[in-house]
Design a protein around this ligand. Structure first.
Ligand SMILES: Nc1ncnc2c1ncn2[C@@H]1O[C@H](COP(=O)(O)OP(=O)(O)O)[C@@H](O)[C@H]1O
Ligand SMILES: [Mg+2]
Length: 589
């Protein structure tokens, strides 16, 4: 605890690098090293080009130099000055071409590798979310999930990792070029270095913390922007009816304004270093001419030396600028790295759902002294529940809202884990397993429909829809007449969250979805509450028909819905109040 606090309160580049090292796999790190390696390789060409330009400028001035250089690469003989210049010119041109080819290849390699890593990481993160505990999921906000998987992890790669690679390679070129200038003229090099260092230091001290702050602000504003947008679109009906259009638009506008201001500030401020550097270097260049003129009698002699400086200077300048820009980008992406890291470590550390050898459900579902409490709450939602549900039995659950009916079902589904007691199948198999989930058809209280065709919603997530199973499910869920009346039949698109359907139609699609897999166990959580009496009565008949050889657990609002159940469990304030037959319960009431 102490340690994590320390890391988050010191948002340094080093801590971000530590977090990146933690988040990335070994292969990813190797791949990233490849990017740095490639960048260094192309820097190496840059330096060769720079040296050749310096040599070329020198040779133009004094061809004797050229003969010396050419003999170094094995070209000897009595060469005329023109020939010497010719060879060196060809060499400069050739190396320049190669350098830029390498730079082009580097750009492609860099971007493709980074994007590929980002893509893999996002998948990995989503898989981690997929393994998360349902209880953990209940504490989450979907805008945050969207922001972390969508925005932050992308920025972590395209901003964070990429900038570290660029900073490394650019710094290498920078230092090498400075080295070259030291070789040519130590005092000038020292001057450039001193000015560059002072300038760099001021930038780092003054600008970087600012960029970190802006990064944080941007992150926060983006989150609220998307949250407000989502709420605006999801709650449109309520917003219109309650006359709160202005309020919701204002809430969005507030954060959107904040976001755009920070973005403008970031982008504009990132231009400043270039302007300052340009001014400084022109100054240095003018100063250099002044100093050199002082030493050299004839200005013509200076052409050679200056040509080199010119190149070095004009390469140094954007180089330094890029280093500072990338530092700013890195700094502003630190908060994204932080958030990804936080999210990554807080999601499922251990696997929530086990992959066990497939088992057969033969006898009973057995709850022994089960107590459950939701995360961040003070009160038990379920307390000391003992319940045996025999295979083939139809169990009804009834009770006031908030009495724990849905929670009880979620426990039986293995979605929630009791903090005390246990839930077992046939006294030995765990309910927190994919194998148990596969045996269940579950119809929730609030149905989630995807914005796709009715049939895609029934075969939920299945690429190849089995027509026979589909038709059987449609018939059993009393959807046939409804579908036949649609021009596009079962291919009709239902709209986001099924917005184009009535509540009863949505519930029947959910029932068809549960039946499509032909499950052994059927669980209904107030699945018929949105239906009119007549449809409910008809659907109950079908449910009874499809329940013949199945185990059924059915939560209902009205006692009459549970008429056909073998036993009825009465829930009260998180406890089982009584278990009785329909007739007995009716008598008591
Ligand atoms: N995700 C949650 N976090 C905290 N408390 C919850 C959560 N879901 C339900 N509860 C609480 O648990 C109790 C039981 O809820 P639930 O099982 O949904 O009741 P029922 O289905 O009988 O209406 C209620 O008091 C409810 O407020
Ligand atoms: Mg409920």
């Amino acid at each position: 605890m102490e340690n994590t606090k320390k890391v988050s309160s010191a948002p340094s580049i080093l801590s971000a690098i530590q977090k990146l090292r933690f988040l990335l796999t070994k292969e990813e790190k190797v791949k990233w090293l490849g990017i740095v390696g490639f960048a260094l390789f192309s820097s190496f060409f840059e330096i060769i080009t720079a040296s050749l330009v310096v040599i070329f400028a020198q040779v133009l001035n004094q061809p004797e130099f050229g003969i010396k250089y050419l003999s170094m690469v094995g070209l000897e003989g009595n060469l005329s000055p023109g020939r010497v210049v010719f060879y060196i010119a060809i060499a400069v041109g050739g190396v320049y071409l190669v350098k830029n080819l390498v730079a082009a290849a580097e750009a492609f390699y860099q971007n493709f590798s980074i994007q590929k890593m980002s893509y893999h990481f996002k998948n990995k993160l989503l898989y981690r979310y997929a393994e998360a505990d349902y209880a953990f999921y209940l504490t989450r906000n979907s805008s945050l999930g969207l922001a972390v998987v969508g925005g932050d992890s992308e920025l972590m790669f395209s901003g964070g990792m990429m900038s570290i690679a660029i900073i490394l390679s650019e710094s290498t070129i920078f230092l090498c070029l400075i080295g070259m200038i030291i070789f040519m003229n130590p005092s000038l090099a020292f001057m450039i270095f001193a000015i560059g260092a002072t300038f760099g230091f001021t930038m780092v001290k003054g600008l970087l913390p600012q960029f970190y702050k802006w990064g944080q602000r941007l992150q926060e504003a983006s989150l609220f922007c998307s949250q407000n947008l989502l709420q605006f679109f999801h709650g449109f009906k309520e917003i219109v009816l309650l006359g709160k259009r202005e309020a919701f638009i204002d809430a969005y506008r507030h954060y959107s304004h904040k976001k755009s201001r920070v973005q403008a500030l970031q982008t504009a401020t990132n231009v400043l270093p270039r302007l300052v550097i340009e001014t400084l270097f022109v100054g240095i260049f003018v100063l250099a001419i002044a100093i050199l003129c002082f030493d050299h009698e004839s200005p013509v002699q200076m052409i050679g030396i200056l040509g080199g400086y010119l190149y070095a200077g004009f390469r140094l300048m954007p180089g330094l600028n890029r280093i500072i820009n990338q530092l700013n980008i890195l700094k502003s992406s630190i908060s994204s790295v932080d958030r990804v890291c936080n999210e990554y470590t807080s999601i499922a550390v251990k696997k929530t759902y086990e992959d066990v050898p497939n088992f057969k459900f033969d006898e009973l579902i057995n709850l022994t002294n089960v107590s459950f409490r939701y995360l961040n709450t003070e009160k038990d939602a379920l307390q000391n529940i003992f319940l045996d549900i025999k295979k083939g039995e139809c169990i009804g659950i009834i009770g006031e809202t908030g009495s724990g009916k849905s929670t009880l079902v979620d426990i039986i589904l293995g979605l929630l884990k009791p903090y005390h007691g246990q839930v077992l199948i046939d006294n030995k198999f765990t309910v927190s397993s994919y194998q148990w989930h596969q045996k269940i058809g579950y119809v929730p209280q609030s149905v989630y429909l995807i914005d796709d065709a009715i049939e895609a919603n029934i075969a939920f997530g299945e690429k190849e829809i089995d027509k026979i199973k589909l038709n059987a499910a449609i018939d059993a869920a009393q959807l046939r007449k409804f579908i036949n009346n649609l021009p596009q039949g079962s291919k009709t698109i239902v709209g986001e969250r099924g917005i184009r359907l009535s509540g009863g139609e949505r519930q029947r699609i959910a029932i068809a979805r549960a039946l499509y897999r032909n499950p052994e166990v059927l669980i209904f959580d107030e699945a018929t509450s949105a239906l009119d009496n007549e449809t409910e009565a008809r659907l109950m008949k079908t449910i009874q028909a499809v329940s013949k050889n199945r185990t059924v657990i059915m939560i209902a609002h009205r006692l009459t819905t549970l008429k056909e159940c073998d036993r009825i469990v009465m829930m009260k304030q998180g406890q089982v109040n009584q278990i009785a037959s329909y007739e007995n319960l009716q008598k008591i009431r």
